[in-house]
Design a binder for this molecule. Structure first.
Ligand code: GYE
Length: 344
């Protein structure tokens, strides 16, 4: 708990007489140690900003932020430091799922609640964390693939003619596991050809580098399944530099790009027709994190698992909705107005 002593000086003017009145006011803040995994993507930057913008002093929080530069050992070090600092709550956006049992047990022993955001942790005892807020990554993968299946049917493209490369996210991250498995399952179900699956760390630079290599190794690629916008943007650069075009006319040699996140940078490529489908992943988890931390702190009720709302955007209206395991999913035809309203 952090205490702030605020002194207020009221000075009255006139005749050299100075009246000083001091009021002392005690304010209590909930101290939150936030271990953010890195700053690899537009999504991540927006996620950090959302936390910073919600967990403010004005809202009653004292936020200690740590960027782990994509390294799990740095996250573990940060958590240990937060425990030493006796924070009221630890907020963790974990880089990968496994390897958290020991340090989360240490937090539990110190009676510090841990709220997980974005990706998940895979721990033996789910009581090692108090709550989780994030996305349904398997659903995102499934929606993307159902869209691709519908797209192929409506354009008269045989399943085996889809020759796909997967630019994966950071291996072992929940977002990667869900999106990759969505593709693997759909490829097995429909008979698509997966030419290659290569991790590209969710960054634009790696997305480009990996795509350059894949283009030189496989001349018949016609679908890129990029597991985030930054990888997709890098891949499009590589496609264009190789003299090919990103688009939806795969019968005439274009390469169809599917992406995830739907950040402004990705949506701009959708608008240009270079990303065919962008499945939204909502990084604005700050307000919900704030609510849950307050509820935990005050002993009020809260949901252990919270999924954020998400949509999907396409440059074509050939496929407006797809069915997935839990029902029907609407795909929005992107407009400039939607992009303009995008905060990140
Ligand atoms: O899609 C990607 C980021 O875990 C949901 O991580 C997140 C993913 C997001 O780097 O852009």
């Amino acid at each position: 708990m952090a205490l702030l002593l605020a002194g207020l000086l009221i000075l009255s003017s006139g005749c050299g007489k100075k009246e000083v009145e001091t009021t002392e006011e005690k304010q209590t803040f909930i101290t939150v140690g936030f271990s953010q995994l890195g700053a690899e993507s537009d999504w991540r930057v927006a996620n950090t900003e959302s936390m910073r913008g919600s967990l403010t002093r004005q809202a009653g929080f004292d936020l200690i932020f740590d960027d782990a530069q994509q390294k799990q050992d740095k996250q573990i070090m940060a958590i240990r430091k937060f425990i030493q600092q006796e924070v009221d709550c630890i907020l963790l956006a974990p880089v990968t799922e496994t390897g958290w049992d020991t340090v989360l047990q240490e937090a539990k022993d110190a009676e510090i609640p841990v709220v997980i955001v974005d990706r998940m942790v895979d721990v033996e005892d789910t009581n090692l964390y108090t709550a989780w807020i994030g996305s349904d990554f398997s659903k995102e993968g499934e929606v993307a693939c159902e869209w691709l299946n519908e797209f192929a049917i409506r354009n008269d493209i045989a399943p085996e003619e889809l020759r796909i490369v997967d630019l994966q996210g950071t291996l072992g991250a929940t977002a990667q596991i869900g999106r990759t498995s969505g593709l693997e399952k759909a490829a097995a179900k429909y008979g698509w050809t997966i030419l290659d699956m290569v991790p590209a760390d969710y960054t634009q630079a790696k997305g480009k580098e990996v795509m350059q290599r894949l283009l030189s190794e496989h001349e018949d690629i016609n679908v890129v399944y990029a597991e985030n916008d930054n990888e997709a943007i890098g891949a499009i650069e590589a496609i264009e530099e190789s003299g090919r075009t990103a688009g939806t006319d795969i019968k005439n040699g274009e390469i169809l790009v599917i992406s995830f996140d739907a950040a402004k940078s990705g949506l701009t490529k959708v608008m240009e027709g270079k990303i065919a489908l962008d499945v939204e992943c909502n990084p604005l988890q700050g307000p919900e994190a704030g609510k849950i931390i307050k509820a935990v702190y005050n002993g009020n009720e809260f949901n252990k698992y919270t999924y954020v709302n998400e949509n999907a955007f396409s440059c074509t209206d050939i496929v407006k909705s797809v069915s997935y395991k839990d029902g029907e999913y609407n795909i929005t035809k992107l407009t400039q107005e939607i992009i303009n309203r995008r905060e990140y």
